[in-house]
Design a protein around this ligand. Structure first.
Ligand code: PMP
Length: 294
């Protein structure tokens, strides 16, 4: 019922889809039907190293399987190709973005074909290096009963864009989103941790994205004998914390200065959170090893 030689309308002219270079009939373009990953490569004293590459590509596979996109790639080969991608672009440190998109199909059913692509570019910490001013957003996280919030699926990021744009428009750096039960779940594309009386808290997995950095924070806490408690966090818990931080591959670990204009009293540099942040930086740079106890 369509083919790539049918004329399509494109910004004022009529072209064959095949010459536009656009996969015009792809489900990813129309329906956000695809999955992606975000990894970081660091310039370490041992050379360029992609942090937790296996975990990221495994999650890409799980994300595709979660929405029935056939995953026919070998992750070890993809990791090799990610290193190759860095080499051909002369990148020693970079953010790496693999993307799997479902093939041409205008029906709302899973396509049998998918393509994978990968890009890499130099990218500083996504939210900068300064302590953040965040707000609790009026936009909620998607309900886990209506979509796969545990998978990194393209279309779901409309929710993240709405929340972070809204926060930016109001003069904040990032948004915290509530889950469907009114608990604070996470930021638009980072997990959330708070510090209170020497303990670290984070919301449980059911309603939050299973961040690989979140898992790394858990491992760091174990290795430093810091108690990490997973439990639902109320807005009051967030307001009354001593310190807080966000975790994500792109943002790394970044402290929060204030939430809804309520300023944390603990001096960041002396917080447990800052210790975890320093440990993370050393880990990704391979400056020190840590025991994986979990
Ligand atoms: N939440 C969401 C919605 C994300 O997309 C991401 C990844 N950017 C994270 C949290 C953090 O995950 P990770 O630590 O694996 O990068």
């Amino acid at each position: 019922y369509y083919d790539n030689d049918t004329l399509i309308y494109l910004n004022g002219s009529f072209e064959k889809a095949s010459v536009t270079g656009i996969d015009f009939y792809g489900q990813a373009l129309h329906y956000g039907y695809g999955a992606f990953e975000g990894l970081r490569a660091y310039n370490t004293h041992l050379g360029t190293r992609i942090f937790k590459a296996e975990e990221h590509f495994e999650r890409l596979k799980l994300s595709c399987e979660a929405i029935d996109i056939p995953y026919r790639w070998d992750n070890n080969e993809l990791i090799e190709q990610a290193y190759e991608l860095l080499a051909v672009n002369n990148l020693r440190s970079a953010y790496i973005r693999p993307l799997v998109v479902s093939g041409a199909n205008m029906h709302l059913t899973a396509s049998k074909e998918a393509s994978i692509m990968m890009a890499a570019w130099e990218w500083g910490p996504y939210l900068g290096q300064n302590l953040l001013r965040v707000c609790v957003s009026s936009i909620e996280r998607p309900n886990p009963k209506s979509c796969r919030v545990d998978a990194k699926i393209c279309g779901q990021y409309i929710n993240s864009i709405l929340a972070s744009s809204d926060a930016l428009n109001k003069g904040f750096d990032e948004a915290l989103l509530l889950d469907q039960n009114g608990y604070v779940a996470q930021a638009s594309s980072e997990n959330l941790f708070i510090e209170k009386d020497g303990l670290i808290y984070t919301p449980p997995l059911a309603n939050v994205f299973p961040g690989i950095t979140r898992q790394t924070v858990a491992e760091i806490c174990k290795s430093l004998h810091i108690e990490l408690i997973e439990r639902p966090l109320t807005i009051q818990d967030i307001y009354q914390a001593d310190a807080a931080f966000l975790s994500g591959t792109a943002a790394e670990i970044i402290g929060i200065k204030e939430v809804d204009h309520i300023v944390y009293q603990e001096d960041w540099e002396h917080s447990l959170s800052a210790t975890i942040q320093r440990k993370y930086k050393n880990l990704v740079l391979e400056n020190e090893n840590y025991e994986v106890i979990i």
